[in-house]
Design a protein around this ligand. Structure first.
Ligand code: ZN
Length: 202
């Protein structure tokens, strides 16, 4: 099974080819500068690519006994809209019973579905990319408030500056990315070179 999971290099090539990963000089809405930019939904616009990525991630869960022993009574949870295609792909590959997704409303993360306590199966949280881990941590709190627990967590890409475990569960990813982020232009090597800036929305 393990050799059916594409290498980190192969995944990065797919992300480049689809425009989901770019190199340049980017400024984020929070003012941070970076020479890299991921826009994962650009990879997920191609159904075949989406499927390959989600199936690959699902294999990392399938070989985890804590997860496989609980299937199919498992929930796949997306913290935000970006993770929804990942959640559906992973659900499909694992034949998990439930899918939920959260949204931010008035600065608060909430599930899109109205759910009662006790309805949510043990959870695997999946996202397209984990940058800081904040979305995952907020989703963990949501899950726990509904009386469920986390048995797995993963993303296509995880920045190596983000946590690698959540509630004692290791976070799986197809790529662990060494992200370069500068708090402002003063520290940014591309600003020093005078490289033109591209402002990005997310
Ligand atoms: Zn800069």
């Amino acid at each position: 099974m393990v050799d059916l999971i594409p290498s980190s290099d192969t995944v990065m090539q797919m992300l480049k080819r689809t425009g989901a990963f770019r190199e340049g000089h980017f400024v984020y809405p929070n003012g941070k500068h970076s020479p890299h930019y991921f826009q994962m939904p650009l990879a997920f616009r191609y159904y075949d690519t989406a499927r390959v990525l989600a199936v690959a991630l699902s294999r990392k869960f399938r070989i985890d006994r804590d997860v496989s022993s609980q299937l199919p009574k498992v929930s796949i949870i997306s913290p935000s809209s970006g993770g929804i295609p990942v959640a559906f792909g992973v659900r499909d590959a694992l034949s998990a019973e439930q899918i939920y997704w959260a949204e931010q409303e008035g600065g608060k993360r909430m599930f899109r579905q109205y759910i009662n306590k006790g309805e949510v199966n043990p959870c695997i949280i999946v996202d397209d990319i984990i940058r800081s881990g904040a979305a995952i941590e907020e989703t963990v709190k949501l899950v726990e408030s509904l009386g469920s627990n986390i048995i797995g967590c993963g993303a296509i890409v995880r920045f190596d500056s983000a946590p690698d475990t959540v509630q004692g569960v290791p976070i799986k990813s197809l790529v662990t990315f060494n992200a370069h982020m500068y708090d402002s232009g003063d520290a940014c090597s591309d600003c020093v070179k005078g490289a033109p800036v591209e402002n990005v929305r997310f």
